[in-house]
Design a protein around this ligand. Structure first.
Ligand SMILES: [Fe+2]
Ligand SMILES: [Fe+2]
Length: 489
């Protein structure tokens, strides 16, 4: 175990996830208050595409099941074609330029590796060309070992501060090399609240710029998204029209990245929201020996959970932050009914806001106490059995994963590991928000977390990402900075 901690000068920046709010409403030119840029400075669309990746089209896999998988194909030019897979093929269809076309491969076998390729031609051509061979794995049966990976807040809008596109690409290419069964993002990957102009097109652009990056690995590793505060995809932003940031954000997300809706394989949010439809914001599934549960306060709180879109003071009564009754009861049922050996829960942050891990786990809906330490859960959440942390502890959740704080920290409370995630492409290798964590192993950026699941144990590794100029023989790119095992017993 390498316990080297590089505390960079960037510590002094202590860029908070939630600063740099600009006033202004929808479709308005936004003024930038002096001195409020912090780490939230927008890049005005200047974020470059990755150097690598297939230039003909990006393919993003999502929603893997026992017998099917969904893919989104986004070509640079007009194409027509089909997918060849496992001795089958889809019907020939158009794939319009710069437009996501979603299709589902069916008739797959469970717990099986499948190779596929795009056969395509440009308009007027007679011969189909053959794209690269890509692969995926369908649902793992209990007892079947597998690996998944996860990244913390990628924040491409903080280019040069918390995101170096070259290092970010390097991290995602390393994911592609590992080819885990799937990959999760914990939120703050599609920030829109620092855009100069906020409208349907610029919000969509925030999602589009991640596509070629996720396309580096997601052709062979399905992608699952968790909502962060900077997405501004939240109930508090709805205004009854189709013309607001929450609608633009969620529709961009769901049209460009296939995400689970409730069916026979996934459970999740059944509520339809006007101008969006199914949110696909919280969902759960079982894979091998593990249960996966993503949860989201942003779409279920009437008030802004963290930073308000357009600026203004943050909420101070954190009892206003909630999963809502439907999501809470679903979470409870999902955890209670699961017989999986391991249970993983994912959210952007404890209570969706604040700093720290287990330091906040006793508070509000998460832990039941008010800021003064008094127990208020029974009066604030009548009819709810337990706060979220106690519910996780009672149901033996193995790891709760969170982001938002831009630091790797491993903590444990009542048998539940609280794993906070580092940023994937911060070439300042900063250690943010360390003071908020009074315990646990803390390590600075950058990298990703790899989780290997087998019947005997779960192994968690923090895999470093370092630019060539910052790599040494002792501390190379790809170094395992910290790892731990959790026994199934
Ligand atoms: Fe963040
Ligand atoms: Fe955040």
């Amino acid at each position: 175990m390498n316990k080297r901690i590089v505390i960079c000068a960037a510590l002094s920046l202590l860029v908070c996830c939630s600063m740099a709010q600009q006033p202004g409403g929808k479709k308005e030119k936004r003024e930038k208050p002096a001195g409020k840029q912090g780490g939230g400075g927008g890049n005005r669309g200047a974020y470059p595409p990755p150097a690598q990746g297939w230039k003909v089209a990006t393919i993003i896999l999502g929603c893997p099941e026992k017998d099917r998988i969904t893919m989104s194909i986004y070509p640079a030019d007009d194409l027509e074609g089909y997918i060849e897979y496992g001795g089958k093929q889809t019907a020939v269809q158009p794939f319009p330029a710069k437009t996501p076309t979603q299709l589902t491969l069916t008739g797959l076998s469970a717990d099986t590796e499948t190779t596929y390729r795009l056969r395509y031609r440009n308009p007027g051509e007679s011969e189909f060309k053959t794209g690269p061979d890509y692969n995926f794995h369908t649902w793992r049966a209990p007892g079947s070992p597998f690996v998944f990976e996860i990244q913390g807040d990628s924040h491409p809008e903080r280019m040069g501060k918390q995101n170096d596109p070259v290092l970010y690409e390097q991290t995602l290419l390393a994911v592609a090399k590992d080819r885990p069964d799937f990959f999760l993002c914990i939120g703050d990957d599609f920030s829109v609240d620092t855009l100069q102009d906020v409208n349907a097109a610029t919000v969509r652009q925030a999602y589009l710029k991640q596509r070629p990056y996720f396309g580096l690995f997601a052709h062979s590793t399905p992608l699952f998204l968790v909502n962060g505060n900077h997405e501004q995809a939240s109930r508090a932003n709805l205004d009854g029209t189709a013309d607001n940031v929450a609608v633009w954000a969620q529709n961009s997300r769901n049209s460009l990245f296939p995400q689970p809706a409730p069916d026979s394989f996934y459970s999740g949010d059944k509520e339809e929201v006007e101008h969006i439809g199914l949110l696909r914001d919280y969902y759960a599934w079982t894979w091998g020996d593990a249960l996966f549960v993503t949860i989201d306060p942003y779409w279920h709180s009437e008030q802004a959970v963290d930073n308000k879109f357009g600026g203004g003071d943050k909420r101070r009564d954190l009892w206003d932050i909630t999963l809502g009754a439907a999501q809470y009861q679903w979470l409870k049922k999902t955890l209670e009914e699961s017989t999986a050996k391991y249970k993983f829960v994912f959210a952007h942050h404890v209570n969706g806001t604040g700093r720290g891990g287990i330091e906040n786990a006793g508070l509000y809906e998460w832990g039941g106490k008010g800021r003064g330490g008094q127990s208020e859960f029974k009066t604030k959440r009548p009819g709810w059995e337990l706060p979220i942390h106690q519910l996780m502890a009672k149901n033996k959740v193995t790891i709760f994963f969170q982001g938002h704080d831009h630091i790797f920290v491993r903590q444990k409370l009542d048998g539940v590991i609280y794993q906070t995630l580092p940023e994937p492409g911060d070439s300042n290798y900063a250690l943010y928000n360390a003071d908020a964590y009074q315990s646990g192993e803390k390590f600075p950026n950058s990298g990703r977390v790899r989780v290997s699941v087998d019947p005997e144990k779960v192994q968690v590794e923090y895999v470093a990402s370092r630019l060539p100029k910052d790599s040494t023989a002792e501390h190379p790119d790809g170094e395992i900075i910290f790892k731990y095992d959790i026994s199934s017993q």
